[in-house]
Design a protein around this ligand. Structure first.
Ligand code: ZN
Length: 229
């Protein structure tokens, strides 16, 4: 039973790694970034999702969040000249939409996370700061320990921070949020063109210059830890 579970976990992580390589390979192309950004813009300009019920808003808004995160991940891939570790990339893509689970209490009638604010308290800058500090602490601890780096905790925390930050890049341009909570619960929102400009800047980032100077090699991506256990 244990051996079977291990085989299943290994097979699942191989499938995830393969999917991540293919998705990352596509996201790293600027044309794909243009298509993804246009998809997100079209969702906002054509669908009118703001006036829909919670389920429909989620069905339309969350894929646009993933598209936004892929545009940012694509810029990161071109900047680095290689795919980030799957533990980072998959966590970033997951958190780019999963942070919206904090809307659920309000949908079930509880305002424990949204009392007096346009969006939950966890839709605010402090979350990114806490995650970044936690990542820095994990990195410091891994460096001091002398173990093989980057440690899984570093990759998970940095991927989560990037995913949540990518989520806010879209959120703050599409509806008010209490971005500065708990300093103030006042609504914050930026003009939509700021979102368009942010994704355009990401798409404008060219491929890593070193890639133009060296012969093409297959991208080496570390396997997810579960595959090695
Ligand atoms: Zn959100």
């Amino acid at each position: 039973m244990a051996a079977g579970t291990g085989i299943n976990a290994g097979a699942a992580s191989r499938v995830l790694n393969r999917a991540y390589r293919q998705i990352g390979g596509l996201a790293g192309k600027r044309l794909a970034g243009v298509v993804l950004a246009c998809y997100a813009f079209a969702t906002d300009l054509v669908s009118g999702w703001h006036g829909m019920n919670f389920a429909m808003r989620g069905l339309l808004d969350e894929p646009a969040h993933v598209a936004t995160a892929l545009v940012i991940l694509g810029a990161l891939i071109r900047w680095r000249g290689t795919l980030p570790d799957p533990r980072f990339g998959l966590m970033m893509l997951t958190c780019s939409w999963a942070v919206d689970v904090d809307h659920l209490p309000a949908e079930f009638g509880s305002y424990v996370l949204t009392d007096g604010t346009p969006r939950p308290y966890t839709h605010a800058l402090w979350v990114v700061i806490v995650l970044t500090v936690a990542w820095a602490a994990a990195r410091f601890r891994a460096v001091r320990s002398g173990r093989l780096r980057p440690a899984t905790a570093e990759l998970i925390l940095s991927g989560t921070a990037w995913g949540v930050a990518a989520h806010f890049v879209r959120d703050i341009a599409t509806a008010p949020m209490a971005f500065w909570w708990p300093v103030t619960g006042m609504s914050a929102e930026v003009p939509y063109w700021c979102y368009v400009a942010a994704l355009s800047c990401c798409i404008a980032i060219p491929p890593h210059r070193l890639r133009l100077l060296r012969p093409h090699k297959p991208v080496q991506v570390p396997e997810i830890a579960a595959a090695q256990q």
